[in-house]
Design a binder for this molecule. Sequence first.
Ligand SMILES: O=C(O)C1=C[C@@H](OP(=O)(O)O)[C@@H](O)[C@H](O)C1
Ligand SMILES: C=C(OP(=O)(O)O)C(=O)O
Length: 412
Amino acid sequence: MNDKIELTLAKTPSLRPADIPLPASKSESNRALIINALAGGDGSLTNLSAARDTRTMLRLLSSEDHVLDVRDAGTTMRFLTAYLAVKGQKATLTGTPRMCERPIGTLVDALNELGASLSYKAEDGYPPLEIDGDFEQKTDTLSIRGDVSSQYVSALLMVGPVLERGLTLRLTGKIGSRPYIEMTLALMRDFGAKASFVSDDTIKVEPVPYKTSGFAVESDWSGASYWYAWAGLADVAELKLLGLKKNSLQGDIRIAEIMSELGVKSVFEEDGVCLVKVPVGNPGRIDFSDCPDLAQTVATYCAGAGIDCEMVGLESLRIKETDRIVALQTELGKIGATIEEPEVGLWRLKSDKNWAEWEDELVFDTYDDHRMAMCLSVLASKKTITVKEPGVVAKSYPSFWEDIEGVGVELS
Ligand SMILES: O=C(O)C1=C[C@@H](OP(=O)(O)O)[C@@H](O)[C@H](O)C1
Ligand SMILES: C=C(OP(=O)(O)O)C(=O)O
């Protein structure tokens, strides 16, 4: 299914009861791989994600090529930049044309200040990058903006324990995606590092090397979000999402709380979470500062369910796999919804309450963005739809369409 040019999903208001075997988290997997490599590479990592972003990380960590192509994987690009720079490994890091439009200057500046020799091969501030191979620590304290991408912060933190003098990071501005930073610190500590926030905006990493350890990756809460939306929009849905825990390292567990107000309750069991339909409450203003990857799911769900809402904390959405606001404005416009952005990071979504009047031929573009394909799929609970380039899901959830077929959605 992933190699088709387009995929049609037949209208499916009633889902077959199912246990959904979610993919493992690519965020946890990519951190575990980098930390394990810095610890000597002998740890036992279980349930690593089959996501392309993780397979790419695995491949590049053991590659002896000079040119390393991360494709469209943001964490792979940012984490490998810091890893290779501090290891003093010569390499060129590159990616897809879109990856070469995603900024990396904040991280490169910080690494050069730390003692690395990184330069740009094309445009200043953007991949491709040349890593010169020399590294000598020049400072143990860095200030870095926290409002562009938390991945720069995570990348720097993970190399902290192998630096002779350790590292103190001071984050300036608003700190976006903070749970991803906490996830990084938690995984580092699992591997013996001494690293934690010492104040609201300062993180200290001691020069205590990693120890070999084991880590079991949890299922992916971002991937789970599409099932919450399916459960909320379908007339009948009895789904259990396997491998999710109530105490998660992933900030995207917030989908459980958001959807409890929007029509889906979570019942945690030993081996996963059961989704139960409940009446829709008042969404109010939803803040995505901690969980930007949930924005497309919630926007599409609200547009499909006829719910108006105000979404904030969306400053980073324009520099992800695509400009996610433009993509959502265009695609949700096809079902009569509008999204206004009166100020950066604030979206006002107004939905068309009458889905029976949506166009009959709904064909959605996906913009090389896995999350566009997965969030739009949920609209098939109301109408037959076609999704272009369905293979984009491979970035984080390669078996997405098989799992969709598993709940009884006819695909052609
Ligand atoms: O560290 C991570 O694993 C991620 C951090 C987030 O990025 P930003 O920090 O750029 O918001 C998120 O959007 C991305 O999918 C994964
Ligand atoms: C933004 C994402 O990933 P990345 O930044 O790692 O490419 C994502 O998975 O939605």
